[in-house]
Design a protein around this ligand. Sequence first.
Ligand SMILES: Cc1cc2nc3c(=O)[nH]c(=O)nc-3n(C[C@H](O)[C@H](O)[C@H](O)COP(=O)(O)OP(=O)(O)OC[C@H]3O[C@@H](n4cnc5c(N)ncnc54)[C@H](O)[C@@H]3O)c2cc1C
Length: 387
Amino acid sequence: MNFGQTSEQRQLRGTIRDFAEAEMKPHTLEWDETQHFPVDVFKKLGELGVLGAVFPEDLGGAGYSYVDYSIIMEEIARVDPSIALSTAAHISLCTNHIYTAGSEEQKKRYIPKLASGEWIGCWSLTEPEAGSDAGGTRTSAVKDGECWVLNGSKTFTTNAHIADVCVVMAVTDRAASSHGISAFIIENGTPGVRAGKKENKLGMRCSPTGEMIFSNCRVPQSQLCGKQGEGFVDSLRMLDGGRISIAALAVGTAQGAYEAALSYSKHRKQFGRFISEFQAIQNKLADMATDIEAARLLTERAAWMKDNGQNVNKESAMAKLFASEVAVRVTNEAVQIHGGYGFIKDYPVEKFFRDAKLCTIGEGTSEIQRLVIARQVLKSHAPGEKH
Ligand SMILES: Cc1cc2nc3c(=O)[nH]c(=O)nc-3n(C[C@H](O)[C@H](O)[C@H](O)COP(=O)(O)OP(=O)(O)OC[C@H]3O[C@@H](n4cnc5c(N)ncnc54)[C@H](O)[C@@H]3O)c2cc1C
């Protein structure tokens, strides 16, 4: 076992931290209030190699491992979780779906542009009536000659309003249930596709979230991504990796709030003493620090397993479940340590508190993570089996 990080990984952490502190930190509150997504800053992440983090260099990627990618996500989220959310959807969902399931032609056409940040990606699975039960997708794709014609609407798509490329799941054979859903790559500007309502959210406000609407959207066969009927199954594989990035995002969110609370506790005086001298505050800080370390270890273990080609279905769900609940707990305590000032926008913790909640919902709720974990745990022990 090796719990240390390489000098390259320490350097990577430093580079992303410096970038986030310089380019994001001064603006995070303004972007949050105005729900403005800074496309220019996002494109600079492309120049740093972040947007193609886990893809090979011959496709324009940076060739980083998932452990490296977790470090990147953590450091972005430590300053602005909503930029991290848009980054995660771009890399782990959209680009990774094309990389994992797409043809060689599709990889060559899309991945270099997505990795550089020239194009922004989004990934549409969720529908108004099909959230946790995404197999209940209604959006359809019907074959018409050499083309597919898509109709339907997706909801809650991260990056919907800024995306150049959308990977969308649509039913191609209703009788085949979850093996009748296929993935399609739709370029912005294709007639019949548009972004719809942009959601006004509790947190993650600078990351645009909204509808993708398909109305008689006609695309050639070449836009089918992966095998016909396997889009949903491929989506579940995407989510296994995606959950590692959301877990890392949650760790970073908790870390940012914890650091702010630690610093505040060493400056704020009540009853003639710094509040960090009160045992009640020390207990909170100790629990927060311990929670964050445990969440980071689970996340990095899942990332390490993925790097080593192992199945991470259970481990990524565990990391995502635990880290997201830690983010909610830690940001809540960070607000509490700030007292009334934690409720005020002059301090960063109220934003971390609002942003953290998304982690227990996006890419599968905590309840769904428990279902995934329980399914794996029960699989290894059949009912009635003696041990
Ligand atoms: C900011 C944001 C960004 C998002 N980005 C994307 C994106 O880029 N692409 C995309 O496709 N989707 C995206 N989503 C959608 C997200 O993945 C879904 O919101 C999530 O999967 C939950 O679905 P739902 O909202 O329909 O809730 P529902 O599925 O209706 O769940 C409601 C409640 O019921 C519980 N529940 C449901 N089924 C069960 C069950 N079987 N057992 C126990 N409890 C259950 C849930 O845990 C939850 O508590 C995003 C959502 C948000 C808020």
